[in-house]
Design a protein around this ligand. Sequence first.
Ligand code: DGL
Length: 295
Amino acid sequence: MAPQPGYDRPIGIFDSGLGGLTVLRALHRRLPCEDLVYFGDTARVPYGTKGARTVVDFARQDAGLLISLGVKLVIVACNTASAFALDNLRESLPVPVLGVIEPGVETALRATRGGPVGVIGTPGTIGSGRYQEGLVHGVADLPGIATERIVTGECPLLVPLVEAGWEDHPATDLVLDTYLEPLRAAGVDTLILGCTHYPLLKSQIAAHMGPQAALVDSAEALAGAAERLLAELGLRRRDGLDEGGLPDGRLEYHLSDIPWKFAEIGARFLGRPITDVRTVSLEEMEAAGHLPPKG
Ligand code: DGL
């Protein structure tokens, strides 16, 4: 599609904290010339153990902040926020909104070989039932699967273990063993990593699950979906060029708090040091939550 007005604006990505940097990283790898603006709600993380109403309120503020920064697309990198707030954001935001659940479900439905499909995530994500609904209903041209084929697991302890840099610690090994045992016993052939932090544990999870289980990294799945959506809408930055390459896009970070060990944790999620960080006050966040009427 021909370039549409606004194709050269940045893509906005938000998460409850720093975990969504795994999504930013996947996006930057796939769409290197796009400018990316990240907001992490580090002052109020975690979302995964909070109730639906709080998560929706926070997500509206996070998305509102990105809208105020002029983004052309909002990406909800946080699985918990995607589970609770995606419909609300799609109804109220003036730009397209993409969450991690649909791309993850689609990738899993393509990958499964007829066996059980597993989903692991925060208590909020699993409790919301959104991954399960997506798997049952199917997406695009893919039929859904029977409820009996879905096995889920809440894994709240993995978030702090990853943040502590304990990916290879024996404690994490024990926690993974405990969480993954029922999924392994069920013989899942495909496992959705339904949380921003789990891509950092991919090799450890693979070792626990065995070679028969294909792992679906929702960050990678989302980056592919974002590329397709931007192309469909004529909003890829490259669409505006006659020829020649563009330099690498700008990466910009906004956080509601600078947590202890922020630089170290952030670099681990992103794979490179974080520079150019602005802090956003909670007053500013609340004001951003008053989204202008759509249209
Ligand atoms: N970003 C969250 C998710 O993907 C994990 C951290 C949290 O609980 O806020 O669900």
